[in-house]
Design a protein around this ligand. Structure first.
Ligand SMILES: CC(=O)[C@@H](O)[C@H](O)COP(=O)(O)O
Ligand SMILES: NCC(=O)COP(=O)(O)O
Length: 250
């Protein structure tokens, strides 16, 4: 059964729209844990459009006593700025993404061409000695998986944005099949299999059925939107149940 890691980016985005500090993203850590989340994900982007560097420290502090059972997962482009945050906070998991600083949102995974391979190898070397699980964000493409293993990362996070978009049109089968093949290849290489981006209560069930060894899904945008209707703890509980493969009533 897959763990739920709640991404607090969008709570921080709402907080940034005023100068009052409301809502406080750190206040949602105990609420998420109480409702069944087994992780918190943050993506401190360079432009601090949502999660700020100070949020990472505040949320790590709010997780005091909860870690490592409830994991902190930091996502980011593996540059010196991000690696400094990782070294300072020492999260249980780091997810490297290939995002440009001005990207609208994460919209693709690593292909691991020569340049990206060098970038990731250098980042892995920079984190030598820091006990953290290093995961690479990849498209649902089994061909990339052997390169992830060869580089020495510990896992993959399958980008599910294209799957979620195709699901809306009922044309998600090919992407689901590709994701399942990538997940099987990762399992064969001893890699952890995570997933994330645009996952919601409708498109999670086929994904967890296709990838029974899915370890974790990090979910923020759609969960936060659902929380406006269901309440935050209700939404977290519903997403955690969906990742456990439990069917929704009604
Ligand atoms: C890597 C990924 O798919 C998401 O975790 C990402 O954090 C979303 O970024 P925004 O919240 O900035 O859209
Ligand atoms: N890695 C995916 C993530 O953390 C959240 O993505 P989304 O649910 O906000 O699209």
């Amino acid at each position: 059964m897959a763990r739920l890691s709640v991404n607090l980016n969008k709570i921080a985005l709402l907080r940034n729209s005023r100068k009052t500090g409301v809502p406080d993203p750190a206040a949602f850590v105990p609420l998420a844990a109480r409702a069944g989340a087994q992780g918190i994900t943050l993506h401190p982007r360079p432009d601090e459009r949502h999660v700020r560097r100070t949020d990472v420290d505040a949320i790590a502090a709010a997780m005091e006593g909860m870690r490592p059972a409830c994991e902190l997962n930091l996502e980011g482009y593996p540059d010196a700025r991000f690696l400094e945050i990782v070294r300072a906070v020492r999260p249980e998991q780091v997810t490297f993404v290939p995002d440009a600083p001005d990207v609208f949102t994460s919209d693709k995974g690593f292909e691991l061409d020569a340049a990206q391979t060098t970038l990731v190898r250098e980042a892995l070397a920079a984190l030598e000695g820091i006990e953290t699980r290093i995961v690479l964000f990849i498209d649902p493409d089994p061909a990339v998986v052997p390169r992830v293993a060869e580089i020495g990362a510990h896992g993959i996070e399958i980008y599910t944005g294209s799957y979620a978009e195709a699901w809306k049109a009922g044309r998600h089968a090919p992407l689901l099949d590709a994701a399942a093949k990538a997940a099987l290849a990762a399992k064969a290489h001893g890699l952890v299999v995570n997933a994330g981006h645009d996952l919601n209560l409708d498109n999670i069930p086929p994904l967890v059925a296709a990838i029974p060894h899915l370890a974790e899904a990090s979910i923020g945008h759609e969960l936060t939107a659902d929380a406006l209707v269901m309440g935050f703890e209700g939404a977290v509980a519903a997403y955690a149940a969906a990742l456990r493969g439990e069917r929704r009533e009604g």
